[in-house]
Ligand binder design. Structure first.
Ligand code: ADP
Ligand code: MG
Length: 263
């Protein structure tokens, strides 16, 4: 029997992953308002390449707004956001550059219902990146294999389960070869039995060194994968720490209250 019958490749624990000194995202003194409502207050956050950050906090605390500001789906009004060395301003050239480097995955998968899974994955590479179709299809199949659904390539989103659709959404993002992935509650709309398959995909991405910011209520995932957990409340970063400390020894009363409600 060959040795390969037993896969002895060690699985890298995400907690053992190295974080680089290189800065991927730098947010300083950033504020945002919706009209007169001050939704994000004095946000300071530096994310290094290879970090896996989980953002937790009550509903309405500004988590989605913050990560949407990072790829300019929302505009901030003061302070700075620098992604991969490019400052986010109203310069459209910069916005295009950022969008191509930052992948985003939402609670609702936002797949195009009238396109097949494969077409969903090749659309942006072909039309935005001008990738030749053959190459776009090869890349799409590579990532669909990675999320373990290459056999669904010719189906339509409506024919897939929620967990499968979310994995397609992740594969579709990866087809643009992002350097940073943002997740906004990617498992919140899923039935419990499908949550694990999506989290497993995210864990694999983390193991490969992807820089990730994940808004999620999956605290098991945070403990296992994150190198840093950030707690937001009322538009502010209230507290941040490595998962062990964050969960076992929360500093602020607001964090303690939040954890007592969800754990
Ligand atoms: P979270 O993701 O933590 O639940 P959000 O970032 O979605 O929080 O929202 C933060 C606050 O901003 C909430 O009070 C919400 O109602 C408000 N908000 C979100 N989007 C908009 C918008 N487009 N216009 C006005 N208010 C908004
Ligand atoms: Mg949200």
């Amino acid at each position: 029997m060959s040795d390969t019958a037993f896969d002895t490749t060690p699985v890298i624990a995400p907690s053992a992953l190295k974080v680089s000194d290189e800065v991927a995202i730098e947010i300083s003194n950033m504020n945002k308002w919706y009209g007169s409502f001050h939704v994000l207050r004095d946000i300071d956050l530096t994310v290094h390449r290879g970090e896996r950050i989980v953002i937790a906090g009550p509903s309405g605390s500004g988590k989605s707004t913050m990560i949407r500001c990072i790829n300019r789906l929302e505009e901030h009004q003061s302070g700075k956001i620098i992604v991969d060395g490019t400052e986010l301003t109203s310069d459209l050239k910069n916005i295009d550059k950022i969008r191509s480097e930052v992948g985003m995955c939402f609670q609702h998968f936002n797949l195009f219902p009238h396109l097949t899974i494969l077409e969903n994955c090749t659309l942006a590479p072909i039309w935005v990146r001008k990738t030749p179709k053959k190459e776009a299809v090869e890349t799409a199949m590579h990532f669909l294999e990675k999320v373990k659904i290459p056999d669904q390539a010719n189906k339509y989103p409506g024919q897939l389960s929620g967990g499968q659709q979310q994995r397609v959404a992740i594969a579709r993002s990866l087809c643009m070869k992002p350097r940073i992935m943002l997740f906004d509650e990617p498992t919140s709309a899923l039935d419990p039995e499908m949550i694990k398959e999506v989290l497993d995909t995210m864990i694999e991405l983390a193991q490969e060194g992807m820089t990730m910011i994940c808004v999620t209520h999956e605290m098991g995932f945070a403990r296992q994968v994150a190198n840093r957990v950030i707690f937001m409340d009322q538009g502010q970063i209230v507290e941040q720490n490595e998962p062990e400390e964050f969960f076992n020894n929360p500093r602020s009363e607001r964090t303690k209250l939040f954890l007592s409600q969800i754990l």
